[in-house]
Design a binder for this molecule. Structure first.
Ligand SMILES: [Zn+2]
Length: 408
């Protein structure tokens, strides 16, 4: 495993500046590419699973969080309110209240349920500066969040569908889940008091976990203040465990916001809210990718997917042409010419780039040919540019961990 903070700086993915503030990292171009690819992936997966995306503001009036309960149960983690005339506005500590309001803004029939609302949105947490570092403990968080408004009968199926999405995303990203945790409330007044709701939600989550057939541990003191949750835990380079993905079944927020839908009987009924996050925050997900892969991202996530290396100036036009073709095909390609040093030095500098295409005198004379080298050290040898771009395109599409077919 690798330390994402050190690699983040070395690979020019992200950094911080004391003037922007601790826990407020910024993303450099290569990091932004990884983040874009990840965000696009999540949106696509969600669209395919029937989610609809919204945008909502990153702040709201203090009253909103009083209704949601954050103000009373989660205050320690929130930024202090800002005075605005006679109002107080707060940087939001979660997206749930906004999505509850979006649901409430229109009337809903049982036929529309389950209604899945998703957003990759900002939220804020007033972490103490002492625990800040890299992308894992940040004050500004981009959360991959969604809320499913459904009937009680649909809740287990929806939660199970969310766990499926999480499993598939981990496969596509090459992230390993360390364990599943059923997070229950602990002692103290941090949690809303309604034992019957807690028991009901816990029973449903156990049904979800048992149905999926994964092993899990129930841990007290790790629940959200409004309900129990399933946490998917990952381990970082220091062996520390953290939560990446979550699934919750919530009876509390629908009560607080007085949400309802019109049932088949024409009467008002209370929906259940399933909160879920596939990759958690974009920050933590990228940190985990760096820790597990050391910057050798899978092809579809790599900031640069192909580096083209003309041996000498004479081959530059051929190299430029290949880069242009790659870009046209949607492959992120760069040219590293002789001005960057010897061929060996350039290959070393590009060691994290999945594909390295060397064009020497022989390749240039043969027409559309490159000498292909792979990040994993293999050298498939002479390959046509067309074959190379087709091969890369297929691997971007597949999102797997394989770079090229195994040597025969
Ligand atoms: Zn939520």
């Amino acid at each position: 495993m690798h330390d994402h903070r050190r690699l983040g700086r070395e690979l020019d993915l992200f950094d911080t500046d004391p003037l922007m503030g601790a826990g407020l990292p910024y993303w450099l171009p290569d990091g932004a590419i990884v983040r874009h690819a990840l965000e696009e992936y999540v949106r696509e997966a969600e669209r395919a699973a029937g989610y609809r995306h919204v945008y909502s503001p990153v702040l709201g009036k203090r009253e909103l969080y009083e209704i949601s309960g954050h103000w009373f149960h989660y205050n320690e983690d929130m930024f202090p309110p800002m005075k605005l005339g006679s109002e107080e506005v707060v940087l939001r500590p979660s997206l749930c209240p906004h999505h509850a309001l979006i649901y409430r803004s229109r009337s809903h029939s049982y036929r529309e349920l389950p209604l899945r609302i998703a957003e990759l949105g900002g939220m804020y947490r007033s972490e103490l500066s002492g625990v800040l570092g890299g992308l894992t403990r940040v004050r500004s968080i981009q959360l991959n969040d969604a809320h499913i408004f459904c009937t009680l009968e649909q809740a287990v199926e929806e939660a199970r569908g969310a766990l499926d999405l999480i499993g598939r995303a981990y496969d596509d990203l090459g992230i390993r889940a360390a364990r599943y945790r059923l997070s229950l409330p602990g002692e103290g007044g941090k949690y809303v008091a309604d034992p019957a709701l807690w028991e009901r939600a816990t029973a449903l989550l156990r049904e979800v976990l048992d149905g999926v057939g994964v092993e899990y541990e129930a841990v007290e003191g790790e629940a959200a203040f409004y309900g129990p949750k399933i946490d998917v835990q990952v381990v970082d380079s220091a062996g520390r465990e953290a939560t990446l993905s979550t699934v919750q079944i919530d009876f509390h927020q629908p009560e607080r916001f007085d949400l309802h839908y019109i049932g088949a009987d024409g009467a008002k009924h209370r929906p259940v809210m399933v909160h879920r996050s596939i990759i958690g925050s974009v920050e933590r997900a990228v940190a985990q990718l760096v820790e597990e892969h050391g910057g050798a991202f899978r092809v579809w996530l790599a900031p640069v997917q192909l580096v083209v290396l003309p041996v000498a100036e004479e081959q530059r036009p051929r190299a430029e042409e290949l880069v242009r073709r790659a870009e046209r095909d949607g492959v992120r390609a760069e040219l590293a010419g002789p001005e960057h040093g010897s061929l060996g030095a350039r290959i070393r500098a590009a060691r994290l780039v999945p594909y390295q295409a060397v064009i020497g005198e022989r390749e240039a004379e043969a027409g559309d040919l490159v000498a292909l080298r792979l990040r994993d050290g293999r050298r498939p040898g002479a390959v046509s540019g067309a074959e190379l771009l087709r091969g890369i395109g297929e691997r971007i599409e597949a999102r797997g961990g394989e770079l090229w077919e195994a040597a025969s």
